[in-house]
Every structure is written in C-alpha cells, then in structure tokens.
Design a protein around this ligand. Structure first.
Ligand SMILES: [Zn+2]
Length: 221
C-alpha cells in the first residue's frame, strides 16, 4: 500500500480516499470495480473516473497541508468537492486538517468531532489536535519566560527559553524576532544570524527580520 508519512507522523494512505461502495443509481452494494452495476445494469465507469480524479486532488490536498501550503490545499479540496459528492467525508477530514494546519485548534476540534466515527483517522486526528495545542501552550510559556528574562537582562536564561519556544512554536514570527534580539544582546552574532536566516525563510515579509538582515549583512562593496 502506498503511504505518505506527514511531518506530524500521521499516515495518509489509500484507505483515506473515497470508494464507490454502492451504485449511484440503484444504491445496490458494489464489490470490486465492476464496469456495470450487477443490480440495475448502470454504467459505472464514468463514476469511477470522477472518483479517481477527485481522489487525486484530495491526495495532493492532504500532501499540501503537510507541507504547510494551506491555500493550495483549500483549492484542491474545493476542486475535489465539485467533481463528485462521493468525497464529502474526505473533504470534511481535509477541512479539519486545514484548520489544524492554521493552528485554529477549537475550529479543528469541532470539525474533527463532527466526522463520522467510521472515518478511520478520526481518533488519531483528535489526539493530534490535543498534543499540538499543548505544545503551543508550552511554547508560548517559554516565549513569555524568554521575554521576562531578557527584560531583566538574564540573557542566558532568555536564550534557553527562546530555544524551547522556537522548537515548539516555529510558526509564530515573534519567537524568531525575540531569538534574534536575545542573541544580539549576548553578542552571539553567528547564532543571531542563524535565527535570522531561518526566520526569514519562514516569514519572508517580516520587516524586523528583513531590516536586521540588512544591518548584519550590509551590502558594502
Ligand atoms: Zn445499480
């Protein structure tokens, strides 16, 4: 079975994708991939083709969420949804994953709870929402401790806490800004430079980081 491990350790596999379990015409149960419904004789090939296309979009959408490409995931999800109503459950699962990718924890939780219990990934998703929310809470605590320590000029402590914060909440720009400020205060220019580069890679439009990059790396001929 083809599987893709996401960065949070959850497996996206083919069982996540929609299948044609009943005939769209007579609702008779289907097994295997019959070209014609054994019950009513309906041609099933067009339905399989739609489903394959929609599943392809969904696979790309789940992979996009994993890479943090939320807008792309949303687009691919809507595309799949317009192709066939057979993917409704998978689209609902995708939307919960998108909310989690955006760290909208309560929204993700509600959407995950609303999924039918038959959705195999539901328990793992609920668990993941809880642990990512906890990680964010602890990350923010470290951020606040770093800030307090820095204000008291305890820069070694500040440095310890901001490193923990960066590990847990790397998706929040203030953590990168504070990390750069603390390392500059300690005179550790190489470390500051590393935080600066990584911070800018994640937040290319961050004005503080951009101006510090200019200040530390002036383009003097
Ligand atoms: Zn049928």
């Amino acid at each position: 079975m083809r599987t893709t491990r996401t960065n949070t350790g959850i497996l996206v596999d083919e069982l996540l994708l929609a299948q044609l379990k009943e005939c769209p015409v007579c609702r008779g149960e289907l097994s295997g991939r019959a070209e014609v419904c054994p019950g009513c004789g309906a041609q099933l090939t067009p339905y399989y083709e739609q489903l394959d296309e929609a599943n392809k979009s969904l696979t790309e959408a789940f992979n996009a969420v994993t890479r943090g490409e939320i807008e792309r995931a949303r687009e691919l999800g809507s595309k799949a949804q317009t192709m066939t109503p057979l993917v409704a459950e998978q689209v609902a699962l995708l939307q919960a994953r998108i909310a989690l990718g955006e760290r909208r924890f309560s929204h993700a939780w509600e959407q995950a709870q609303a999924l039918p219990d038959a959705v195999r990934e539901k328990p793992a998703l609920l668990h993941e929402i809880i642990s990512l929310h906890e990680a964010e809470t602890i990350g923010k605590q470290h951020f606040n401790l770093a800030l307090t320590s820095a204000r008291r000029q305890y820069y070694a402590d500040a440095s310890y806490h901001i490193e923990r914060a960066i590990e847990l909440i790397p998706y929040l720009a203030p953590a990168w800004r504070l990390a750069v400020k603390i390392e500059l205060k300690r005179g550790r220019f190489d470390t500051a430079q590393e935080f600066l580069e990584e911070g800018l890679r994640r937040f290319p439009n961050e004005t503080y980081l951009a101006s510090m990059a200019l200040e530390l790396n002036p383009d003097v001929p």
